[in-house]
Structure formats: C-alpha cells, structure tokens
Design a protein around this ligand. Structure first.
Ligand code: NAD
Length: 297
C-alpha cells in the first residue's frame, strides 16, 4: 500500500529521488525553503507544504536531503521542524551527508519524541539519483533498517552499516578515498606535464595497471579537455572534508592525509573554484608548481 512521504530538500538529489517514490505509488508532500524548488515535485504529482512541520504532520515517513549538519538540525529541531509536527511512530530517514555526531544527536531527540530515525547518506551523485542506483549507507537499529529497506530500494541499494551514525561514518570514509584518488591523479598529471610527458599517455598507461581507479576512468578524459563541469561540486567535497575533520576530532582519529586534502580544497574555495567539479583540485596542484596545464580550457 502506498505510504505518505514528506520529502524535505528538493535540490539536485531530492527532486529525482522524490520522483521515483511517486512513480512507485507513494504520496509525496514536498517542502523546500526555496519556493521554485518545489515546482518539479508538484509537476510529477506531489503536493507542497509550507514547512517541514506541516509536511511531516500527515506523513508515515519523512525523508530529508539538505546540504549539511546545520540544515538537518533546522529541519528536525526548529519550532516549525519535523519533530514539532510528526506523529509518534513516524519513520525518519535523513539522506543528507552530515556529521555522524549530529546524526546521533538528532536521532536521540527523535527517539525521545517516539520516532525512529536512520542516517542514510548516499553516493552515486546526480546520475545515481536520476537512475535510482544510489549506494545508500545506513546507520541505526537493524529492525528499523528492515522497515525502511523497501523505500530505500526504490532509490538505490541500501547497506546496513551499524548503529546510529555508522552510515555517515561510512560516507565520510568514502569521501576520504575519493579525495585521495583525485589528489593522486592531479599530482601524477602535474609531474608528467612538468617533465614534458603528454598527460593523455599518463592516463592511458595508468588505466591499465594497479593505479587504475573509477575516478580516473570517469573524470580523467574530461580533465584532459579542461572540462570541470560538476559532477560533484568542490564546495560539497570541502564540506565533507570538514565533516571528516569533525568526526576525526570526536573519535580521536589522526588523519594526516585528510587534513592535507582539506587544505587543498580550502585553496579551491579561496580561488573561487567551489562550483567546479572536485577533479579541479588539479588546478591547485598545478598552481603550486606553476605548471601550465595543456588541458586547461
Ligand atoms: P542542493 O543544494 O541541490 O539541494 C539541497 C536543497 O535543500 C536546496 O533546494 C535547499 O533549498 C534545501 N534546503 C536547505 N535547507 C533547508 C531547510 N532548512 N528546509 C528545507 N529545505 C532546505 O544539494 P544536493 O546536491 O541535492 O545535495 C543534498 C545532499 O546530498 C548534500 O548533503 C550532499 O552532500 C549530498 N550528496 C550530493 C551528491 C551530488 O552529487 N549532488 C552526491 C552524494 C551526496
């Protein structure tokens, strides 16, 4: 039977995700702070609400897909937020990428109001959201995960990662690895360029051996053309590197390379490159060595 789902945060990811829920026969009540962001959901057959509180009041399930920890706190904990409107027993699924520390805090407050909450960040990007092939990393109680699984399966492939916060921790791990891959590729290309080797040859050769990565397969050819259209915005990866630093502090993990990645992404923000794809970190590495990227547009 179709459920009533409040979907809060109808941006690049939330809009196609809510579209899949509608297609699967669920009723969707959308809310976004930006009025125009709700137009697509209404066009696809959903309804719009005036606040997170109003959207949640009628819902069996609430899904949120907003940028960062402060937005999630505002969506759930403010006076016109989800916990002010949702009935006890409502299932709460936060799919934003935020700090595990905040995820645990908000889930505790939800439990005090009689609602179960899972953290369920995703990887796979806009294409994954559009094609319903997201990898969904879930933290929370196993029984609640089983309850939510059919809903997650409409949007992608869920994996139960452990207790509350574990989904966000695994997402942070994912973002560490992706940042390292991009920085490694950037340094390889800059060294090659400085030494006079064609960067296309570097990608071709590295792709055939142990150095091959998905990052290089997907973004390498575009980097050679100076194409930094996002993909995944550098400003979002910068946000995720801040989440990683916060989690590392909270759990006493020393992550030297992640801190270096944070500094390189800080340089991207300082150069106003936050709206470029995260592969554009190569521009920072090139700048350090005064390297002329032949693949710059
Ligand atoms: P987006 O900026 O396109 O959309 C976020 C939406 O949330 C916006 O429309 C904004 O108006 C809305 N919003 C913010 N605060 C709100 C509030 N208090 N109440 C209601 N609405 C609010 O971002 P996105 O690309 O859809 O990303 C959402 C989340 O998914 C982020 O945490 C991001 O890191 C994560 N993510 C994104 C991608 C990607 O490729 N874009 C990939 C994986 C994960």
């Amino acid at each position: 039977m179709g459920k009533t789902i409040a979907f809060i945060g109808l941006g690049i990811m939330g809009t196609p995700m809510s579209g899949h829920l509608l297609k699967a026969g669920h009723e969707v009540i959308g809310f976004d702070l930006v009025e125009s962001a709700m137009e697509d959901v209404v066009a696809m057959g959903g309804r719009r609400a005036a606040s997170s509180k109003e959207a949640s009041a009628e819902a069996d399930i609430v899904i949120s897909m907003v940028p960062d920890s402060p937005h999630v706190e505002a969506v759930y904990l403010s006076d016109d937020g989800v916990l002010a409107g949702a009935k006890p027993g409502t299932l709460l699924l936060d799919m934003s990428s935020i700090s595990p520390v905040t995820a645990i805090k908000v889930a505790k407050e939800a439990a005090e109001r009689g609602c179960s909450m899972l953290d369920a960040p995703v990887s796979g990007g806009q294409v994954g959201a559009e094609q319903a092939t997201l990898s969904i990393m879930v933290g929370g109680e196993a029984e609640v995960f089983e309850q939510a699984k059919p809903i997650f399966e409409i949007m992608g492939k869920p994996t139960h990662c452990g207790p509350s916060g574990a989904g966000q921790t695994v997402k942070a791990c994912n973002q560490i690895q992706v940042a390292m891959n991009f920085i490694g590729l950037a340094e390889a290309l800059v060294l090659g360029v400085k030494a006079g080797v064609d960067p296309a040859i570097i990608i071709q050769v590295l792709s055939g051996g142990y150095a091959q990565t998905r990052v290089m397969d997907v973004r390498g050819p575009r980097m050679l053309e100076g194409d930094y259209e996002p993909g995944f915005r550098a400003s979002f990866h910068y946000k995720d590197l801040n989440i990683i630093r916060e989690a590392a502090r909270a759990y006493s993990a020393s992550l030297p390379a992640s801190n270096l990645a944070h500094e390189l992404f800080t340089a991207m923000m300082a150069n106003d490159w936050g709206d470029l794809d995260h592969s554009a970190v190569v521009k920072v590495i090139a700048q350090l060595s005064n390297a002329d990227l032949p693949f710059e547009k």
